[in-house]
Design a protein around this ligand. Structure first.
Ligand code: NAD
Ligand code: TYD
Length: 357
């Protein structure tokens, strides 16, 4: 059997961001073994990874991070030396209807993973702490809402406002607590809103692309004045690569592209590009905009100051937004079967056929 330089466990690798991280690591590092652990919730889809599923340095493990016994078993069996943890419940609207699910997956699941890593790395004298890393992927939403200007930096106080962001903030605190208490080697990154291929069409951009193509209303919350800071998902994956390799033990890195958009302005850009793609008259798709009741506790503005990762690790986004959004729309229009599958549950059949006996 090949002796790999690293044995990395990536959790949530069948989801939106995770699939881009898995692809990047599998392709870029043939001398690393990449294990993708995912329990394939509605948001996880192995069709996102068909291009690399047979790569010799890739293994998919179906399982739940809430199942501590299962985690202990796979850590003992595969001897992971590092973890890149992305598995989570990730949609704010779902967290408002079902907060407990977010506590269970995002908080309990993260603590289970921390325990599994701690038990293997800190009790096994054969492992070298300098070779181990628990990399926790988090969000800018832990910092709360910027209502009066400014940016989130790595030292901004946590002030989560939704059940989703409260669960992510809590998981971040546990990761830091394990570093402080047990000296577990960790890094955390907090990223702004991602967009790009393979995002489940419940989030703003893919939902609106899907609705425009199906001539369905575009539900804009409140007046559409909330502001988000958007980053192309592949640039986030590149940043994760940099933080994994160059980030300092115990540190936090904010990731963002200095790319703020008011929701309604962003939606109008999407409508305009979609009009062209669908051969519609300019302004046609905008007619689908429908202002609806605002999200409860809707954060007004997120904006990341990404100076630290730029200065210390040399990372910066590779794509301008205009290019990124056009690529994204092209991807969804060229992969309409993917959109139909994930919204109809068809992909469930796909993975059942491919991966369970
Ligand atoms: P996603 O919802 O698309 O994917 C989450 C993945 O986790 C899915 O594949 C799902 O099957 C898996 N998963 C969920 N519960 C699990 C469990 N109990 N056990 C094993 N696997 C489980 O999410 P995403 O948008 O790709 O986000 C990935 C991570 O990045 C999350 O931690 C999220 O908080 C963070 N993040 C997301 C964004 C964003 O804009 N989407 C921005 C910053 C940070
Ligand atoms: P979303 O993609 O859910 O990401 P987040 O809430 O984590 O930032 O939403 C992005 C923005 O778009 C947010 O301000 C809420 C708004 N939004 C709508 O106006 N309508 C929608 O149907 C959705 C899903 C979001």
């Amino acid at each position: 059997m090949k002796n790999y330089k690293k044995n990395i466990l990536i959790t949530g690798g069948a989801g939106f961001i995770g699939s881009h991280v898995v692809r990047l690591f599998v392709n870029k590092y043939p001398d690393y073994k990449i294990y993708n652990l995912d329990n394939l919730t509605y948001a996880g889809n192995l069709q996102n990874l068909t291009d690399i599923e047979t790569a010799p340095n890739y293994t998919f493990l179906k399982g739940d991070i809430v199942d501590a016994g299962f985690l202990q078993k796979i850590f003992a069996e595969y001897q992971f030396d590092s973890v890149i943890h992305l598995a989570a419940e990730s949609h704010v609207d779902r967290s408002i209807s079902n907060p407990l699910e977010f506590v269970i997956t995002n908080v309990v699941g993260t603590v289970n993973l921390l325990n599994a890593a701690k038990n293997l790395w800190l009790s096994n004298k054969q492992q070298s702490p300098s070779e181990n890393l628990f990399y926790h992927v988090s969000t800018d939403e832990v910092y709360g809402s910027l209502d009066n200007g400014g940016f989130f930096t790595e030292t901004t106080s946590y002030d989560p406002q939704s059940p989703y962001s409260a669960s992510k903030a809590s998981s971040d605190h546990f990761v830091r607590a394990y570093h402080n208490t047990y000296k577990l080697p960790i890094v955390i990154s907090n990223c702004s809103n991602n967009y790009g291929p393979n995002q489940f069409p419940e989030k703003l951009i893919p939902l609106f692309i899907n609705n425009i193509r199906n001539n369905k209303p575009l539900p804009v919350y409140g007046k559409g004045e909330n502001i988000r800071d958007w980053l192309y998902v592949v640039d986030h994956a590149r940043a994760i690569d940099d933080v994994y390799h160059e980030g300092k033990n115990g540190e936090t890195y904010n990731i963002g592209g200095f790319n703020e958009w008011k929701n309604i302005d962003l939606i109008k850009v999407v409508c305009k590009v979609m009009d062209k793609k669908l051969g519609r008259k300019e302004g046609e798709s905008e007619k689908l905009i429908s202002y609806v009741t605002d999200r409860a506790g809707h954060d007004m503005r997120y904006a990341i100051d990404a100076t630290k990762i730029n200065k210390e690790l040399g990372w910066k986004p590779s794509l301008q937004f205009e290019e990124g959004i056009t690529k994204t729309i092209d991807w969804y229009m060229n992969n309409q079967a993917w959109l139909d599958n994930v919204t109809s549950g068809e992909y469930q059949k796909y993975y059942t056929k491919q991966y369970t006996s």
